[in-house]
Ligand binder design. Structure first.
Ligand SMILES: [Ca+2]
Ligand SMILES: [Ca+2]
Ligand SMILES: [Ca+2]
Ligand SMILES: [Ca+2]
Length: 464
């Protein structure tokens, strides 16, 4: 099945620079951004777990999907006026711009490619995905050809995600439809294929939410009506298996940045399921997060260091799960309403130059402070900022054991300290064989979307 660009929408844009955002906002902090079908994007500081401000794009109406640029400074949101709002926080001020998608589209879900160049908008009820070139503001459209029965309803509430978010290889955009999964090849910007998802008596049971593993090998698919999560093996030609029986009515799915753990928000089950990917063979061992989560949990996102899972539902708060204990340990309150979409930007919480997504949430030296907040992660007296070397996104690993010097107590502690990790004697420009590239762990771009149409109905599980 071959996709084709079907139209070129008018890319009318307007630029309005406004400074409306007065709340404190440090570039170093990872922020969660939320939409709630209103006219504002709410901003939550993920270190303090408090609402730290909001952004109100001019002309916005019913904001839906969200994405954050890997640079961490720009947030995009689509709305019912068919605008892609561009909210730029760089330089300590907030400026707004927008791109008109044109036509009669109903933009719903939004993702950005890992290189930050392109937005993909899943449109409701039109079987199309709009493609926005951020640099040129050009808009094109791809027919995802999921409409097999002529009713044109295969994409009533399409979910969307992109993979891989780290590593090399082709980048694909996955769109969940009522019929299955549509795959877009981002290099050719064409439809690659449609993969049907069926349940029970060959009835289509469309994915309600999608999340990709950071390495691009697996797509996790929640099936609301079946209380199941499917795993699609991308590297094995998109073979789909049932991998997890989860709580009642699963919606939002999220994968930790290390790719090891999957969290699932079960709306009618009033619970969050969790499984380690290593237990899946193919069926995974599923456990339930302890503690009380928000009412009707339906969306979920993981902090860039992997240490916290944020869960939203029908109320005006978020539950925060500590991923090291899988217990609810905090609540973000004071949101403006029911959440539609949630994304979290990367940051540098301890200001040592190494992004949270690189540092992670382990506590290497066991001093009770996780690495993303510890300026001397291995406790050897040499600051992380020195041991990391010239490229903090690819920190120096002088002994080549895949443990960077700033986390490796067996290197860098020679006592000569000095400048730029001189004790490690690695030539600059060579991060050593086996150095793991964290470069594109920057953001968790999966916009986790709800389908409120299902909300009040507890589905009947089909016979299998
Ligand atoms: Ca840091
Ligand atoms: Ca520590
Ligand atoms: Ca150190
Ligand atoms: Ca090492």
């Amino acid at each position: 099945m071959t996709g084709r660009p079907v139209c070129r929408a008018a890319a009318g844009t307007f630029l309005i620079a406004v400074i409306l955002f007065a709340a404190s906002r440090s570039e170093a902090t990872p922020f969660a951004y939320l939409t709630d079908l209103g006219e504002t994007v709410t901003i939550v500081n993920t270190v303090t777990n408090e609402v730290s401000g909001s952004a109100s794009p001019p002309g916005a109406s019913s904001l839906f999907g969200l994405a954050v640029n890997p640079d961490g400074n720009t947030v995009y949101a689509v709305d019912s006026n068919r605008l892609v709002h561009i909210i730029d926080f760089s330089g300590g001020t907030t400026t707004y711009d927008s791109i008109n998608l044109g036509g009669s589209l109903s933009p719903f879900g939004l993702v950005i490619t890992p290189d930050g160049s392109t937005l993909y908008v899943a449109n409701a009820n039109s079987n199309t995905v709009s493609v926005v070139d951020i640099a040129t503001k050009g808009v094109t459209s791809i027919d995802i050809e999921c409409d097999q029965d002529g009713t044109n309803n295969c994409s009533s509430t399409p979910s969307i995600t992109v993979t891989p978010v780290s590593g090399a290889g082709p980048v694909y955009v996955y769109v969940g439809t009522n019929a299955g999964v549509s795959v877009i090849n981002t290099s050719s910007q064409t439809l690659k294929e449609n993969i049907p998802v069926t349940c029970g008596h060959d009835e289509a049971c469309g994915p309600i939410s999608l999340a990709a593993s950071p390495d691009g090998k697996t797509l996790f698919i929640s099936i609301f009506s079946q209380d199941q999560v499917l795993g699609m093996d991308i590297s094995m030609d998109n073979v789909i298996d049932i991998i997890a029986e989860v709580g009642t009515s699963p919606e939002g799915v999220a994968v930790t940045p290390d790719g090891k753990t999957v969290y699932v928000a079960n709306m009618n089950g009033q619970s969050v399921s969790v499984f380690e990917v290593s237990t899946c063979g193919p069926e995974c061992t599923v456990s339930t997060v302890s503690g009380t989560v928000v009412s009707e949990p339906s969306i979920i996102a993981i902090s860039p260091d992997g240490g916290s899972a944020y869960v939203g539902g029908s109320g005006s708060s978020l539950s925060v799960i500590d991923t090291s204990t899988n217990a609810v340990t905090a609540t973000v309150s004071g949101l403006s309403g029911e959440i539609f979409a949630l994304v979290i930007s990367d940051g540098d919480s301890d200001g040592d130059g190494i992004p949270d997504s690189v540092e992670g949430s382990a506590d290497t030296d066991g001093d009770g402070v996780k690495d993303s907040l510890d300026t001397d992660a291995d406790g050897d007296g040499i600051p992380d900022s020195e041991e990391a070397g010239p490229d903090p996104r690819n920190p120096v690993d002088s002994d080549g054991d895949d443990i960077p010097d700033y986390k490796d107590p067996t290197t860098g502690g020679g006592g000569d300290g000095g400048n730029g990790g001189a004790g490690c004697s690695v030539s600059s420009g060579d991060t050593g064989g086996g150095a793991f590239s964290y470069l594109l762990y920057l953001v968790i771009p999966a916009v986790i979307l709800m389908r409120r149409a299902f909300k009040k109905t507890v589905p009947v599980k089909a016979d299998r």
